[in-house]
Design a protein around this ligand. Structure first.
Ligand SMILES: C=C1C[C@]23C[C@@]1(O)CC[C@H]2[C@@]12CC[C@H](O)[C@@](C)(C(=O)O1)[C@H]2[C@@H]3C(=O)O
Ligand SMILES: O=C(O)CCC(=O)C(=O)O
Ligand SMILES: [Fe+2]
Length: 358
């Protein structure tokens, strides 16, 4: 039984259009798939990060028991009354339990979540149910290994020291690793045409990489380099890897952080996703790796630390172009919020569509 309550004002939940045209044949084919233990994996990972900024990873070595245990403990947690969830986790600021509100700048979505710091594999919320905490710690240990392997492959694919990126992120003293568990209950609202309700609005992840797994329920979409949004078919046996803003800078734009969003589920099923975010230590400088730069190539970004970027990121709205203020040369991305695109808005029970802004 899902304990989320309907928002007091449905107006607070913006609806968005999810073009069906992109959901057809070929959508899944647009998403690269990499067998992490195959020969040639490094080149395939680098290729995927360059062309899409996103890929599906198979042969990752995480036992299904670990993911199943977390999924069932998390669902049991989300089924608790809201006050109990808040008492156990504290209200998200930004860590803790959140519902419908994402960040502190007015973003909303049809979801509830737990956002946790997992650096050194310690889940720093003491009053979580012990079985959930244990499942989170087992999962974190396993997903961190996947992240570490992916970072080795990325380094190899870039032609830099294989251990370099992994050592900057995984299990690093003072590092910034997060796990987020998102629960999107079935959404009773309906929008006309091709609109769905926003589960998690369009954004890029600020960290180096994100490693995501979901249950069987669809909803995640990514934006391809040609501007098309495509649905990511759910694949509970696989992990999905996102390039984050920090990796975009480290590669001087060779890899680009991928825009993604989630549409709330319409049917009877809820979506449960778990994401590991590999970030850096606060004092870690983020600048293009000298080894990837060609002779005379200029950095596209002014130098900054992860602490500085994170502070700036938390002042932004979800869809903002967070790297904008750090760009040195002519910006390759619109400096505004989310790209102009069709979206919908609700007005009481009657749903009103707002057409794209030019
Ligand atoms: C609106 C926001 C939520 C967010 C912090 C921010 O101000 C802008 C970035 C958002 C994001 C997106 C990826 C991750 O889910 C997240 C934890 C992160 O590091 O950056 C969230 C932040 C959050 O929910 O606190
Ligand atoms: O829930 C999902 O599938 C994606 C969520 C997401 O992008 C995030 O938590 O940053
Ligand atoms: Fe994300």
């Amino acid at each position: 039984m899902v304990a989320i309550t309907l928002p007091s004002s449905i107006d607070q939940i913006p609806l968005m259009r999810c073009p069906k045209a992109n959901a057809g044949q070929g959508a899944a084919a647009a998403i690269p798939c990499v067998d992490l233990s195959a020969p040639g994996a490094a080149a395939a990972v680098a290729d995927a990060c360059r062309s899409v900024g996103f890929f599906r990873a198979t042969n990752h070595g995480v036992p299904t028991g670990v993911t199943d245990a977390l999924e069932s403990r998390a669902m049991a947690f989300f089924a608790l009354p809201t006050q109990e969830k808040l008492d156990m986790s504290g209200a998200a600021r930004p860590l803790g339990y959140g519902s419908k509100s994402i960040g502190s700048n007015g973003d909303v979505g049809w979801l509830e979540y737990l956002l946790l710091s997992v650096t050194s594999n310690t889940v720093k919320i003491s009053s979580l149910p012990p079985s959930l905490r244990a499942a989170l710690e087992d999962y974190t240990a396993a997903v961190r290994e996947v992240g570490g392997r992916v970072l080795e492959l990325i380094a190899e694919g870039l032609g830099v020291d294989r251990a370099l990126l992994r050592a900057m992120v995984v299990g690093r003293e003072g590092g910034d690793e997060l796990v987020r568990v998102n629960h999107y209950p079935p959404c009773p609202l309906r929008a006309p045409g091709d609109c769905g309700v926003t589960g998690f609005g369009e954004h890029t992840d600020p960290q180096i990489i994100s490693v995501l797994r979901s249950n069987c329920t669809a909803g995640l979409q990514i934006k391809l380099r040609d501007g098309r949004w495509v649905p990511v078919p759910p694949e509970p046996e696989s992990f999905f890897v996102n390039v984050g803003d920090s990796l975009q800078v480290l590669t001087n734009g060779r890899f680009r952080s991928v825009k993604h969003r989630v549409v709330a589920p319409e049917g009877a099923q809820s979506r449960l996703s778990v994401i590991y975010f590999g970030g850096l230590a606060a004092s870690q400088r983020i600048a293009p790796l000298p080894q990837v730069m060609r002779d005379g190539e200029q950095s596209l970004y002014r130098e900054f630390t992860w602490g500085e970027y994170k502070r700036a990121a938390y002042k932004t709205r979800l869809g903002d172009h967070r790297l904008g203020p750090f760009e040195l040369l002519a910006a390759s991305e619109p400096a505004s919020s989310a790209d102009p695109q069709p979206h919908c808005s609700s007005s009481g029970s009657a749903v009103r569509i707002i057409e794209p802004v030019a």
